[in-house]
Design a protein around this ligand. Structure first.
Ligand SMILES: CC(C)(COP(=O)(O)OP(=O)(O)OC[C@H]1O[C@@H](n2cnc3c(N)ncnc32)[C@H](O)[C@@H]1OP(=O)(O)O)[C@@H](O)C(=O)NCCC(=O)NCCS
Length: 178
């Protein structure tokens, strides 16, 4: 396990996770909340996992693991890391509905931000959410994100163009003075 919290930990994904991840990513609701839209084969998911080591330090992906049952609950990651600017984009999903609204994403997000700021020495993490994704926006607020703006009519999702809200987390002490 890489990053250990009270209820969940962030660990590395393995080939054993392929079937679970393939099931989750092909769920219809993922196309409502994430920008992924192509059907995903297990073979592609396997290849994606196998390539994760070579994508660091530009992308870091962790499995969110239940400390008690050791089961995979979802994924969280830092993407498009720019060391020069101290910047990254965060992404998260909790795969099964019954594991949501229990504080899992909050603790996973806290662990991810701590890793971003205290280990990778990043300064700012961006959290983008579709404007209709109340859960993602609530999660951002809970984790201390501030809204920076809205990209209007930005992405074509399930038959309509949706707004995308941009929120950000600054490392404590690095907040802009405005
Ligand atoms: C967004 C997501 C990761 C949140 O995960 P979660 O484990 O349910 O979040 P938490 O339980 O830690 O809740 C965090 C906050 O969001 C609130 N929240 C969670 N789901 C919510 C919902 N559907 N509507 C409104 N608020 C919600 C919680 O109440 C909590 O705030 P509070 O403590 O002030 O009440 C989860 O809903 C998910 O995986 N959704 C599908 C994929 C997705 O949208 N990913 C994000 C893309 S940007």
């Amino acid at each position: 396990m890489c990053l250990v919290g009270k209820v969940v930990s962030l660990g590395l994904l393995t080939i054993d996770d392929v079937d679970t991840l393939t099931r989750w990513i092909n769920q219809e609701e993922m196309r409502e909340y994430l920008s992924t839209y192509l059907p995903m084969y297990a073979s592609q998911e396997k290849e994606w996992i196998e390539k994760l080591p070579s994508r660091m330090p530009n992308d870091f992906v962790f499995g969110i693991i239940d400390n008690e049952t050791k089961t995979l609950l979802g994924n969280i990651g830092l993407h498009r890391v720019k060391q020069k600017d101290g910047l990254a984009h965060a992404g998260i999903f909790i795969g099964d509905r019954q594991n949501r609204k229990k504080g899992v994403a909050t603790e996973a997000g806290q662990l991810l931000l701590k890793y971003a700021f205290d280990t990778l020495n990043l300064r700012k993490v961006i959290h983008e959410a579709f404007a209709h994704n109340e859960a993602s926006i609530a999660l951002g607020k809970k984790l201390g994100a501030k809204q920076e703006g809205v990209m209007k009519s930005h992405l074509f999702i399930n038959g309509r163009y949706v707004d995308v809200v941009i929120m950000s987390y600054f490392r404590p002490g690095c907040e802009p003075k405005d």
